[in-house]
Ligand binder design. Structure first.
Ligand code: NAD
Length: 268
């Protein structure tokens, strides 16, 4: 077995949702770059994306920075057109963005919130996949969706709409894996557990969340602490690389043992 199997030298990747400094997409973008990939990074947060690009530049990575809303078809088309113009090919797509504006009980979720969450968390992934697949049909490729432990078992606490979007992403992953296996296009999902990112920090601003929910979260993480974005990177590099040539349709928990722990179990 050679480390070359894990190399991404010569491969071109698109990473959406790469603009949150300290976020999972940001960590994965830098990790793919360190493994040798050339990158197009995108995010609705143009200022955050600029900071990610500066870090890619410091790594000596060949990159393309395309701010935009991944839930808007024209913006997604423009992103992939820029990839064509700059790199002329695509090997890897990593779908990361999500919105989870506030915790709301199922009967309190407005149709507007539900639709926006599905637009970003599901339709945005579909729009990128729809652009990526034709570009991968001739040469194969790797699509990586960021799912969640919330798409596997229920979180409660007003995560209803979010969890539904993640469940949809898990099925999107499996359907794509089956449909395109013969074309050499692998689709897998990484399922993080609660990870310290700007997205989670937003919820930690709420004193009630900190006092009541955070201890429950940590109680479900056998390491006794939140995950760190850096802990997600190795799985992404692996799934993107030829080392994962036979890995397709997998929902890979990268959760420190969260899903392994029975809801009634304890780690001490
Ligand atoms: N952090 C966690 O605890 C955790 C746990 C399980 C799964 N996840 C998943 O991991 C992924 C990343 O989460 P994170 O916590 O790193 O988030 P984050 O908030 O740190 O980063 C998400 C990024 O998505 C971007 N984004 C939002 N809407 C967008 C849009 N319409 N178009 C383009 N970009 C958009 C944001 O600007 C941000 O840069 C998400 O899919 C999330 O569901 C996170």
């Amino acid at each position: 077995m050679s480390h070359r199997l894990f190399s991404l030298v010569g491969k071109t990747a698109v990473v959406t949702g790469a603009g949150a400094n300290g976020g999972i997409g940001h960590a994965i973008a830098l990790g793919l770059a360190q493994a040798g990939a050339q990158l197009a990074v995108s995010d609705i947060d143009a200022a955050g994306l600029r900071r990610t690009s500066e870090e890619l530049e410091a790594l000596g990575c060949e990159y393309l920075e395309v701010p935009g809303d991944s839930a808007v078809p024209a913006a997604v088309e423009a992103l992939f057109a820029e990839v064509d113009g700059r790199f002329g090919k695509l090997d890897i797509l990593v779908n990361v963005p999500f919105v989870f504006p506030s915790r709301e009980r199922p009967h309190e979720v407005s149709l507007e919130t539900w639709n926006r969450m599905f637009a970003v968390n599901v339709t945005g992934y579909f729009l990128c996949v729809r652009q990526a697949l034709p570009r991968m049909l001739e040469r194969g490729g790797s699509i990586i969706n960021i799912g969640s432990n919330a798409g596997v078992s229920a979180l409660g606490r007003g995560a209803f709409a979010y969890s539904c979007t993640k469940g949809a992403i898990h099925m999107m992953t499996r359907e794509l894996a089956v449909e395109y296996a013969g074309a050499g296009i692998r689709t897998n999902a990484i399922l993080p557990a609660q990870t310290m990112t700007p997205g989670l920090q937003q919820h930690l601003q709420d004193p009630v969340f900190r006092a009541t929910v955070l201890p429950r979260i940590v109680g479900g993480l056998p390491k006794g602490r939140l995950m760190a974005p850096a802990e997600l990177v190795g799985a992404a590099v692996f799934l993107a690389s030829d080392a994962a040539a036979g890995v397709n349709g997998v929902l890979l928990p990268v959760d420190g043992g969260n899903l392994a722990l029975n809801a009634s179990g304890t780690y001490r």
